[in-house]
Design a protein. Structure first.
Length: 312
């Protein structure tokens, strides 16, 4: 490919090379730019440089960027999507419970990614069809999708810098007295590698929660993620001995409160998934910087379960 030639403007003078470059070519993530710098694919005034190297006003950058990502090998499928917001940069989807986000072994079709590629074929040119964060298969709710490389890079950075606000409704076993913060590192379970666990050698993870409503034997929490580890809410709540209702992986068999009616027992037995819903999402628009917020009610199965419980 022909190299791309750039010049450092006055307002970026003195910054690190990787940070300055990320602002000049926002269609690429900073991690990708750093790797190109280390591989010698970025020349500063005609010579290789380190990502931390300071840049001067007027400095010349030669960028030997790789070609755009190839079209996705994931097949487009005509699957209905509940689109809550759409513009040329973003989509916000209300994902139903039971839908897998990314294709994987055993789930090659019927995923959100398959559906997105049918909804907007141009997403084949964006990594993972624009999906920058995920929800577990059986978790419902709001999820943002980037429609351009620039939006993708901006949202990845915003997530890393904890500027994307995600709040969940979580129904847990037990009557929680008050809210709090959970700070406990999460990594692979030492025995069952398909599960996650609180481990000393894991990655830092922070979850805030507060009580939304109390029921006999259960509590509805509002949970806010400060980090985005795999199964974070499920693992953290299990760690505090208040597992999600319906979470067979981390919560075990269904728990019935003392004196539970036949209706309550039947509702708990029939609930097929973890009682977790991504209710609220907030972020800055990657192009305009406007503060955007969305909220969606939980799906019918969770509403029916809550209606069957006895309020305190």
């Amino acid at each position: 490919m022909k190299p791309r030639h750039l010049q450092i403007p006055a307002h970026l003078a003195g910054q690190r090379l990787d940070r300055a470059l990320a602002q000049l070519v926002p269609e690429y993530s900073r991690s990708r730019l750093q790797q190109w710098i280390r591989d010698g694919q970025v020349l500063l005034d005609g010579a290789p440089a380190a990502p931390r190297a300071p840049v001067a006003e007027g400095a010349q950058i030669e960028l030997h960027a790789e070609p755009p990502p190839p079209a996705s090998t994931v097949l487009a499928e005509p699957i209905d999507l509940d689109v809550r917001y759409s513009d040329t940069h973003l989509l916000v989807i209300n994902k139903p419970p039971g839908m897998v986000v990314h294709p994987a072994a055993g789930n090659r079709a019927g995923t959100l990614q398959n559906a997105l590629l049918h909804h907007d074929p141009a997403l084949a040119g964006v990594p993972r069809a624009g999906i920058v964060h995920r929800l577990d298969k059986d978790t419902s709710g709001l999820l943002v999708v980037a429609r351009t490389l620039q939006a993708h890079s901006a949202l990845v950075r915003a997530l890393a810098e904890r500027r994307v606000k995600r709040e969940y409704l979580a129904l847990v076993a037990g009557e929680v007295v008050a809210g709090g913060r959970i700070e406990a590192a999460i990594g692979r379970h030492p025995v069952d590698r398909k599960r996650m666990a609180v481990t000393a050698g894991g990655k830092a993870a922070v979850t805030d929660y507060r009580v939304a409503r109390r029921y006999q034997g259960f509590t509805l929490l509002r949970v806010r993620l400060q980090t985005g580890r795999t199964h974070q809410i499920r693992v953290h709540l299990k760690h505090l001995s208040m597992p999600l209702v319906g979470d067979r992986t981390y919560g075990g068999r269904a728990r019935y409160p003392r004196g539970a009616t036949a209706e309550v027992r039947a509702a708990l037995d029939a609930f097929p998934r973890q009682a977790l819903h991504a209710e609220r999402l907030g972020l800055e628009h990657p192009q305009s910087g406007e503060a955007l917020h969305w909220e969606c009610q939980p799906p019918g199965d969770l509403c029916e379960l809550l209606a069957a419980l006895t309020p305190r």
